[in-house]
Design a protein around this ligand. Structure first.
Ligand code: 4NP
Length: 156
């Protein structure tokens, strides 16, 4: 395992899925006493929500699992700094991955988050923004499995 691994979680708006992924992964790092080994962040491919806190439904589902994501603030992917700094750039869905390729992210750093979930072959975490609370519960469950798989991958 390298001394430190840097990971960037990416969705479209950086208010629903990637903030939750960041919170869940940070919680796993904390529980496993690996805080010195990882630096993580999240961002969106779009800028509509820059500066905003996560969607209240993401804050709520995280809080139900004792994770506080309320202090996160949305930002857009910045090719100038993010491509060099992060070892792993982790899109939530195939569209995010295409948009990151268009923004010059190198393919060898790009891995769909669900590719680390050994229990599924579905590529995408569906966008829950226009749906109800149940969509956020499902996204949380998918992210929990995928984040554990990502941690296992990076820590082995
Ligand atoms: P996210 O969800 O990409 O998981 O943060 C979305 C948030 C906002 C919008 C779309 C998706 N939007 O169109 O504003």
């Amino acid at each position: 395992m390298p001394d430190q691994t840097t990971i960037l979680f990416v969705c479209l708006g950086n208010i629903c899925r990637s903030p939750l992924a960041q919170g869940i992964f940070q919680n796993l790092i904390n529980q496993n006493n690996l805080t010195n080994h990882y630096k993580i962040d999240s961002c969106g491919t779009a800028s509509y929500h820059t500066g905003n806190p996560p969607d209240p439904r993401s804050i709520q589902i995280a809080a139900l699992h004792n994770i506080d994501i309320s202090t996160q603030r949305a930002r857009q992917f910045d090719p100038k700094t993010d491509i060099e700094y992060f070892d792993y750039i982790i899109p939530m869905d195939t569209q995010n991955k295409h948009d990151l390729i268009k923004a010059a992210a190198p393919k060898q750093k790009l891995h769909l988050i669900r590719s680390f979930d050994p229990t599924t072959t579905s590529p995408d975490i569906p966008d829950p923004y226009y749906g109800g609370d149940q969509g956020f519960q499902q996204v949380h469950q998918m992210l929990q499995l995928a984040c554990q798989g990502l941690l296992d991958h990076c820590s082995s």
